[in-house]
Ligand binder design. Structure first.
Ligand SMILES: NC(=O)c1ccc[n+]([C@@H]2O[C@H](COP(=O)([O-])OP(=O)(O)OC[C@H]3O[C@@H](n4cnc5c(N)ncnc54)[C@H](O)[C@@H]3O)[C@@H](O)[C@H]2O)c1
Length: 364
């Protein structure tokens, strides 16, 4: 499948590498609003064409666009790609506003094209092994879950962290998709959400790289505490924060009627994963049953390309991305309005990956 990448920034190298690793993805062009960045990536990864966005979208050879722009540009690029007749897969979140998210899904449906959304870390060996254990009944029915992403913010490591403090980012919109997607994959869709959120400081200071010392305004909450009510009855707790200097909280734990599952970090693809079953002593580390334990960003695009060839559903779907987006908006709205938010959307649990898949391939 001929693929074009739009957005040649920080995260793009791993997607260019996916083009080398996964045979089905043939990256033939890349674009960026800063054409120098596109040229540099094309040179670095041996991509035939570096160009502007319009030129990439006008190329009839390109069937699928990978959208790696910043969140504020996600919707516009997705919509442009769909209007140009291309399938589109983008970094999270699907869009900033719910209206834009809806417009993307509606246009894709009208055009008969697919939309896919990161994260695809839930396709990694760590979370796929968790999914298998839950599906096989090791912890019984999920009763509750906790998920924590707490840290001191990206200004200490990201060279351009400004966008991460704009609406559509912050700890909830930037990191929440990993946690919510993992939970939806493991437990199922959400029925309602509620939350309390705060902005702790109106500006932050970059403490790394060429922009060291630069102040950036904070436009979105930096500490968010949420309750998640799953359609299946499980109750989840999610805390995301850029306001915490240290913590010993786990990443994700799932509490079932027959035991507890400790889920690995949902921003990564590997383990460890631990289980403690009812009436057994202590936690046991379970060997991973599935592959893709290294950084496999692009796996969701590869899955979408395979799905396009066979007509099966793709896993990192626009529907799930929209459900996650609605949940994040619902949490902030709940905090503003002091009431629970009932979800309007739902999504299917993505199909689990089969055991024993060949290296660098997926089910066709
Ligand atoms: N950096 C990471 O570690 C990381 C990890 C996972 C996901 N992501 C996600 O990937 C996306 C990109 O993040 P990043 O860190 O690479 O950001 P970045 O700022 O380094 O790169 C974004 C690139 O997109 C380009 N761009 C922005 N708007 C554009 C437009 N309208 N048309 C064409 N090009 C445009 C910019 O010029 C820039 O080169 C974000 O959604 C982010 O949440 C980043």
């Amino acid at each position: 499948m001929k693929v074009g990448i739009i957005g040649c920034g920080n995260i793009s190298p791993i997607y260019f590498e996916a083009g080398r690793k996964f045979d089905i993805l043939d990256i033939v062009a890349c674009a960026d609003m800063d054409e120098q960045k596109a040229k540099a990536r094309a040179e670095e990864f041996g991509i035939a064409k570096a160009c502007g966005v319009d030129e990439l979208l006008a190329d009839p050879e390109i069937e699928l666009v990978i959208n790696l722009t910043i969140p504020a540009a996600h919707a516009d690029i997705h919509l442009q790609a769909l209007r140009a007749g291309k399938h589109t897969y983008g970094e999270k979140p699907l869009a900033v506003s719910l209206e834009d998210g809806e417009a993307i899904l509606a246009l894709a449906k009208e055009k008969g094209l697919l939309v896919g959304v990161a994260p695809d870390t839930f396709l990694g060996g760590g979370i796929q092994t968790c999914r298998k254990l839950i599906d096989d009944g090791w912890i019984g029915r999920p009763v509750a879950a906790t998920a924590f992403m707490v840290g001191s913010g990206p200004e200490s490591w990201h060279p351009n962290p400004g966008f991460l403090y704009e609406a559509g980012a912050g700890p909830l919109f930037d990191m929440g998709p990993y946690y919510l997607t993992a939970l939806i994959n493991l437990i199922g869709p959400l029925q309602s959400v509620s939350g309390s959120a705060r902005i702790t400081s109106s500006e932050r200071t970059i403490t790394n790289g060429i922009n060291y010392g630069q102040k950036i305004p904070v436009e979105t909450p930096t500490h968010i505490s949420a309750t998640l009510d799953f359609a299946g009855g499980a109750v989840g707790t999610l805390i995301t924060s850029f306001d915490v200097w240290g913590s010993q909280l786990p990443n994700i734990e799932i509490y079932g009627t027959e035991g507890t599952l400790v889920v690995p970090h949902p921003n990564f693809y590997d383990g460890p994963m631990l289980v403690k079953r009812k009436n057994h002593d202590g936690f046991t580390e379970i060997p991973l049953t599935h592959g893709y334990t290294e950084n496999s960003r692009g796996l969701g695009v590869m899955d979408m390309a395979c799905a396009l060839q066979t007509g099966r559903a793709h896993r990192a779907s626009g529907e799930m991305g929209y459900h996650v987006l609605e949940a994040m908006h619902g949490i902030l709205l709940s905090s503003e309005e002091g009431r629970r938010y009932d979800m309007k959307s739902s999504c299917a649990k993505p199909a689990p990956l089969a055991l024993g898949l060949p290296k660098n391939a997926l089910d066709r």
